[in-house]
Design a protein around this ligand. Structure first.
Ligand SMILES: Cc1ncc(C[n+]2csc(CCOP(=O)(O)OP(=O)(O)O)c2C)c(N)n1
Ligand code: SF4
Length: 287
């Protein structure tokens, strides 16, 4: 499948200069790298500017409620575990309302990729501080002199602590690297978290392309870095300031949630016959 087939014809409605364009380009490239049958891909997004990506790609997709991306993606995967399921949306969607779902998806090791468009702001709702907005950042809703008084969530550290078996960070400004990371996340069997640094040119004047570029540290350039060493991943995952690491922090192999369910051994749930299943006795018991 050529990467060009992964997109739809109409133009995105994102602001000119938005980092989401880079993410969309990388997304299409990633599908080309994977040579995947798009009919076997289910994309589940939440609500927000980043979540609109589903409107511009040529796969099956569900745009679900704000913060409910992962539960819906989990349901899709369990109903048909032969599908490639990608969950995607903003960090507000995933780290705010969706936070509990994130932790449980990681500890279950659901076989999903989760792409988080992290612009450190609630963009669609016009510029409130989000869970990843750095402390002290002045937004329209967190005024000076203090700015945002809350400590930011570090997505990489949280994913590692919760048990995600693949954890990486890419950037909307580095499309080739991002496409590779997306492809690796999709290939990984298990819960694959990809934190994507994404400038919002309309509502975040702090975390700009330049701001991210000045801090980017490629993990590939770190001599002796071992992607299977969780301790080292946590150490590099804690960096956020003068240096912000990009690349694969961690990968490991362990049973996925679907692997652990005997119900799925006979094939996908969608393919299993419903004849002969009578829940009347159960309903009476529960009544
Ligand atoms: C239950 C619920 N609460 C709040 C909202 C309002 N809302 C819509 S998008 C959004 C956050 C957008 O931020 P993010 O998820 O980071 O995506 P971005 O727009 O920055 O890409 C919020 C709070 C909503 N739609 N539903
Ligand atoms: S508001 Fe920000 S995130 Fe949304 S489309 Fe515009 S630049 Fe992109």
């Amino acid at each position: 499948m050529a990467a060009t087939n992964a997109g739809l014809e109409y133009a995105p409605t994102w602001c000119v200069g938005c980092g989401n364009y880079g993410i969309l380009t990388a997304w299409k490239k990633a599908m080309g790298i994977l040579e995947i049958d798009l009919e076997k891909v289910a994309l589940v997004t939440g609500i927000g500017c980043g979540s609109k990506i589903g409107q511009y790609v040529n796969t099956y997709r569900i745009e679900t409620l704000h913060g409910r991306t992962l539960p819906v993606a989990s349901g899709v995967k369990l109903a048909n575990h032969e599908l490639t399921v990608i969950a995607e949306g903003g960090e507000g969607d995933g780290m705010g309302l969706g936070m509990g779902h994130f932790i449980h998806s990681a500890r279950r090791n659901l076989d999903l990729s989760y792409f988080i468009h992290n612009n450190q702001i609630y963009a669609l709702t016009k510029g409130q501080a989000s869970p990843t907005t750095d402390r002290g950042t002045v937004t329209k809703f967190t005024p000076p002199p203090l700015g945002n008084v809350e400590q930011a969530v570090n997505i990489v550290q949280l994913a590692l602590s919760a048990g995600a078996s693949f954890v990486a960070r890419g950037s909307a400004a580095n499309i080739d690297q991002l496409a590779q990371l997306m492809a690796e996340a999709v290939r990984h069997r298990g819960f694959a978290v990809l934190d994507i640094l994404q400038p919002c040119v309309s509502f975040n004047p702090v975390n700009t392309y330049q701001w991210y570029k000045e801090r980017a540290l490629s993990l590939e350039s770190v001599s002796g870095y071992d992607e299977t060493d969780r301790k080292q991943a946590l150490e590099y995952g804690s960096l956020w300031g003068e240096k912000i690491p990009l690349g694969v922090f961690y990968r490991s192999e362990k049973p996925t949630f679907s692997d652990s369910l005997p119900q799925l051994e006979k094939g996908t749930l969608v393919a299993q016959a419903l004849d002969g299943i009578d829940v009347t006795a159960l309903m009476h018991k529960l009544a």
